[in-house]
Design a protein around this ligand. Structure first.
Ligand SMILES: C[S@@+](CC[C@H](N)C(=O)[O-])C[C@H]1O[C@@H](n2cnc3c(N)ncnc32)[C@H](O)[C@@H]1O
Length: 321
C-alpha cells in the first residue's frame, strides 16, 4: 500500500476525563473555545452542549478526524468550524479566522481509538500494515523511514526517551543488522524482530513486547513533543483574561512538560531583590495554576476505558486584571 492510500472507517473514541475537561474550561456564554485535538469530537461535543451560545474551533491534522467530526457535530451546525492543521500553528490558524484571543483551549494528547484500530494506519502492533503511523497523511516522514534510515544511536535514543524501553540498545542494534539484509516494511516485521530479540523472561511478562517501541515511533513520527513544547509557549498567550488552558496527557514526559510550563507561567516575574518595592509594585504573574495536583480518572472510568488509567489533566488560567 502506498503512503497516501490509507483507508479509514468511522470509528468511536471514548473520550477521557470528558466532564472534568469541560468543567476545567469553565465554559461560559458566548465564549470562544478551541479543541486542538478534535479526534472524534467527544470533548468538542461536550463543550458545545455545556453552553448554548459558545463557539468552537476544532483542529486536527488527521483528515479522517475532521471528516467524521463534521458528521458527529452535525446538530451544532453554525456553532463550530473545523480546521485542518497542527495545533502548534494554533495562533496562525485562528488569525486566519480573524480570532486573536479565546476563552479556552483544550488538548487531549496522543492517538485516537479510530487511528489505533484502523489496521491500515500502522499504529497497532496487533495487525499487519505498512509501518506508517502518520496522523497527518500529507507529511513525508513515516515509521518505515524512521526504522530504515535512522542510525542505531538515534533509534536507541527515541526508544529509550519516548518509550522508556529498557532494551532500547539491543532492539536498535537488531533493527540495524536486520535491515542491512532486508528493509523492515510492516508492523509485523518489526513485532517479529522484537520478539526474536528480547529474552524469554521479558516476553513472558505482562504487556505486549512491542508496546514501548511502537509508542516511541509514534511520538517521533508525529513530532508530538515538539508540538507540545510549542503550544505550551504560545497557547497561554492566546487566552483572554479569565481564559483557561486544559491539557490531558498520557505519558510521563508530556505531563512533566505541562507541569513545568504551567508553573513557569504562573511565577511572578523576577525583579532585582535590592530594589525596594511595595507589595502593590511587585510584578505579578499573569497566570494561575488551577490544580496543583493533576486530575486523574475515577476507578469507574478506568474500569470502562483502560486508556484512562494513565491520563493526567492540568489547568492553567489567565488571571482577570
Ligand atoms: C486522543 S485523540 C483526541 C480525542 C478527542 N478528544 C475526542 O474526544 O474524540 C487525539 C487527536 O489529536 C490529533 N492530534 C494529535 N497531535 C496533534 C497535533 N499536533 N495537531 C493537530 N492534531 C493533533 C490526532 O490526530 C487525534 O485525532
Amino acid at each position: 500500500m502506498g503512503k497516501h492510500e490509507s483507508v479509514s472507517v468511522m470509528g468511536l473514541h471514548e473520550s477521557v476525563l470528558c466532564q472534568e475537561a469541560v468543567d476545567g474550561l469553565s465554559v461560559k456564554a458566548q465564549g470562544i473555545y478551541v479543541d486542538g485535538t478534535l479526534g472524534r469530537a467527544g470533548h468538542s461535543k461536550a463543550i458545545l452542549r455545556r453552553c448554548d451560545d459558545c463557539f468552537l474551533y476544532g483542529i486536527d491534522k488527521d483528515p479522517y478526524a475532521l471528516r467524521d467530526s463534521c458528521q458527529i457535530l452535525d446538530k451544532f451546525t453554525g456553532r463550530f468550524k473545523l480546521l485542518r492543521g497542527d495545533f502548534r500553528e494554533m495562533k496562525s490558524l485562528l488569525a486566519d479566522e480573524g480570532v486573536c484571543k479565546v476563552d479556552g483551549i483544550l488538548l487531549d494528547l496522543g492517538v485516537s481509538s479510530p487511528q489505533f484500530d484502523d489496521p491500515d494506519r500502522g499504529f497497532s502492533y496487533h495487525s499487519e500494515a505498512r509501518l506508517d503511523m502518520r496522523m497527518d497523511l500529507s507529511q513525508d516522514l513515516d515509521a518505515e523511514e524512521v526504522i530504515n534510515t535512522y542510525t542505531q544511536n538515534q533509534l536507541q535514543e527515541i526508544f529509550s526517551r519516548y518509550g522508556e524501553e529498557p532494551y532500547s540498545k539491543t532492539i536498535a542494534k537488531a533493527i540495524v543488522e536486520s535491515r542491512a539484509t532486508k528493509p523492515l516494511i510492516t508492523t509485523l516485521d518489526l513485532v517479529n524482530l522484537i520478539r526474536q530479540t528480547l529474552p524469554d523472561r521479558v516476553l513472558s511478562q505482562k504487556g505486549h513486547p512491542a508496546r514501548r517501541v511502537f509508542q516511541a515511533l509514534r511520538i517521533e513520527v508525529n513530532g508530538e513533543l515538539e508540538a507540545l513544547k510549542e503550544i505550551l509557549k504560545e497557547g497561554p498567550k492566546l487566552l483572554k483574561d479569565g481564559g483557561r488552558m486544559v491539557i490531558i496527557t498520557f505519558h510521563s514526559l508530556e505531563d512533566r512538560m505541562v507541569k513545568q510550563a504551567f508553573q513557569t507561567c504562573s511565577k511572578p516575574e523576577t525583579v532585582d531583590k535590592r530594589i525596594p518595592l511595595r507589595d502593590s509594585e511587585m510584578l505579578q504573574s499573569g497566570y494561575r495554576v488551577v490544580n496543583r495536583k493533576p486530575i486523574t480518572a475515577s476507578e469507574a472510568e478506568i474500569a470502562n476505558n483502560r486508556r484512562a488509567r494513565s491520563a493526567k489533566l492540568r489547568i492553567l488560567e489567565k488571571k482577570e486584571v
